[in-house]
Design a binder for this molecule. Structure first.
Ligand code: ATP
Ligand code: MG
Ligand code: MG
Ligand code: MG
Length: 564
């Protein structure tokens, strides 16, 4: 490509509303353009990077025999009613009606669609195991879209789903998938960790997240300084705090008549013992805004809906009720106790926080059940380090360290959650119909691009890891308009590099060298060759790696070979 035909929409200004460096640089380098809240156009330069991520993801999925499909973004509500998630998913699910007044949603994930597809195609255990994947656009009506494509509403995900007759087979594929994910993130040149995770709204028992380590990450990871234990603090903190099923409830916590043990309470709430209650009630001054607060993700709503145990839950209601009280709408996204406190500090109106589980009485009013605890809001700093230094739950001597991470991938052992609900079965060897055992596996393809920038940048701009770079080499010609020798040398190098299979960007604009250098550094091309008259007279080109501080001379005749 030549910049005369591949316009660069770069900018020197740091956009005021971009809080983190990847968002700033993606806008400044002209990778993306904002359309609306959480909606972005991928410009040609940005799309090249995303395509490179996709290519690596595809190669690794194909290597473990994944079959690529492409499912519709718009999904019939019927399927979501079958799985039970139509009422459970909450306001992150964008719902719409067609001209025939039929309900649909724009898929935030595709468990229902793939289960419906394969319950029609899979008949026998002989067809198993099998893994399907797609790279496709998702929509989640995030309560607080931010950081550009990092937390967008419309984003690109690779989602894969595997189908099995038994748990052993699921575990084998899950391990293969874990290895494939490790290969993908290694090939992308990212520093990452896989950590134990909460299964959230997707469901299932075992799940792990892949976290790109970065201070700007929204997740917090606890890892042991002695063994390989690592977990999202959502999980790490919730586990020790979880009550045993046999624990009697202290008398002062028995706010519901007849409920005397944790087990009974769990039954009432539709939770399994050991699961942590994740709803939150905020008190503003003394005005009791006693509400279930819709969190920043679906999890809270799911738990609340479990608590309601009803199909009729209108998950918009809590948010509306909150608005009606006049309590300023804050960012409240705790997933468990007390880890969620880290995010409550953003809710400046809150004077105290009352954690509770919620349940619905027959008359539709919310009541609080047990585990209630009023506590003053600690300062942010204390919250951030609340785990650090604690003993490792796995080994005897280890201490936990806290890091921040960006969730770029998440793998789940789902079990039969969807196949039971949607009656997806195959015949086993004995001819009995058995529910399919499933796994599902996501990668935030568009988020990966932002995460890579968080780890690879400097004051001058992006420093792409080579496999992600939109172009392999920048050729900066100086004065080609006036010098036939420069134009000819640039043309030749450009052609030689292309012939060698590289993707060069020739900056052939009639602009000052400083402007061209700044742009090539901002957009992060890993290698740069400068072609000017002075160098040519000495039979040389000037080469500099993006992360080097000095240039070196390349012999004109051998330049292409040296770059390949
Ligand atoms: P998060 O905790 O960041 O909200 P999630 O746990 O809700 O993510 P999953 O359901 O596990 O997301 O989806 C798989 C992957 O999709 C995530 O690991 C992440 O990389 C990506 N992803 C999820 N939500 C977004 C979003 N709003 N914008 C960009 N990528 C996203
Ligand atoms: Mg989410
Ligand atoms: Mg998550
Ligand atoms: Mg996740």
């Amino acid at each position: 490509m030549r910049t005369s035909r591949f316009p660069l929409f770069t900018s020197k200004e740091t956009p005021a509303d971009a809080e983190i460096v990847s968002h700033q640089l993606m806008l400044r380098a002209g990778l993306i353009k904002r359309l609306g809240a959480g909606l972005y156009t991928w410009q040609p330069l940005g799309l090249r990077v995303m395509r490179r991520v996709e290519r690596i993801v595809r190669e690794e999925m194909d290597r473990i025999n994944g079959l690529e499909v492409l499912m519709p973004a718009v999904q019939p509500a019927e399927l979501w009613r079958e799985s039970g998630r139509w009422s459970l998913y909450g306001p992150e699910l964008l719902r719409l009606e067609d001209r025939h007044e039929r309900d649909y949603c724009i898929g935030p994930t595709h468990e229902e669609v793939i289960t419906d597809y394969l319950r029609q195609e899979l008949r026998s255990y002989r067809q198993l195991p099998v893994t399907y994947y797609q790279i496709q656009t998702k929509f989640r009506d995030e309560i607080r879209p931010r950081f550009g494509v990092m937390r967008a509403r419309e984003f690109v995900m690779k989602d894969a789903y595997s189908f099995h007759l038994d748990q052993d087979s699921l575990e084998t594929t899950y391990r293969d998938m874990h290895a494939a994910y490790s290969a993908i993130f290694s090939r992308l040149g990212l520093r990452f960790r896989s950590v134990g995770a909460d299964s959230g709204a997707i469901g299932g028992s075992v799940s792990e997240e892949f976290m790109v380590l970065a201070d700007s990450g929204e997740d917090e990871i606890a890892s042991c300084d002695q063994c390989d234990y690592a977990a999202n603090t959502e999980l790490a903190r919730s586990r020790p705090a979880a009550p045993a099923a046999t624990d009697p409830l202290p008398a002062e916590r028995r706010s519901t008549p007849g409920i005397e043990s944790v087990a009974e309470q769990c039954t009432l709430l539709g939770l399994t013992p050991g699961q942590v209650i994740k709803s939150v009630v905020v008190m503003a001054d003394e005005a009791p805004a006693v509400l279930f607060v819709a969190g920043d993700d679906e999890l809270n709503e799911v738990k609340a809906a479990h608590a309601l145990g009803a199909e009729t839950v209108r998950l918009a209601e809590p948010a509306e009720a909150l608005a009606a009280t006049g309590v300023p709408r804050g960012f409240i996204g705790p997933r468990d106790l007390p880890a969620g406190l880290t995010q409550l500090v953003d809710h400046r109106a809150a004077t105290r926080v009352n954690f509770s589980s919620g349940a619905n009485q027959a008359d539709g009013h919310w009541i609080n059940l047990n585990w209630d605890r009023d506590m003053p809001l600690p300062p942010t700093a204390d919250l951030r380090t609340a785990l650090a230094g604690e003993g490792c739950p796995r080994c005897a001597d280890g201490r936990l360290e806290i890091h921040r991470g960006i969730e770029v991938g998440h793998i789940f052992q789902l079990g039969t959650k969807y196949s039971e609900a949607m009656d997806a079965r195959v015949l086993d060897e004995a001819g009995d119909a058995r529910p399919l055992i499933m796994g599902c596996y996501g990668i935030g393809v568009s988020r990966v691009v932002a995460a890579a920038i968080e780890q690879n940048h400097d004051a001058r701009g992006i420093r792409w890891p080579a496999p992600l770079a939109p172009f392999d080499v920048a050729i900066v010609s100086i004065g080609a308009e006036r010098s036939a020798a420069v134009a000819e040398a640039a043309e030749r190098l450009y052609a030689d590099l292309q012939a060698a299979g590289l993707d060069p960007l020739w900056d052939d604009r009639d602009a000052r060298p400083g402007v061209k250098f700044a742009d090539m550094e901002l957009i992060g091309i890993p290698h740069r060759v400068v072609i000017g008259e002075r160098g040519l007279n000495a039979g040389e080109l000037e080469y500099r790696a993006r992360d080097a501080t000095a240039s070196e001379a390349l012999p004109l005749d051998d330049a292409a070979n040296r770059l390949v």
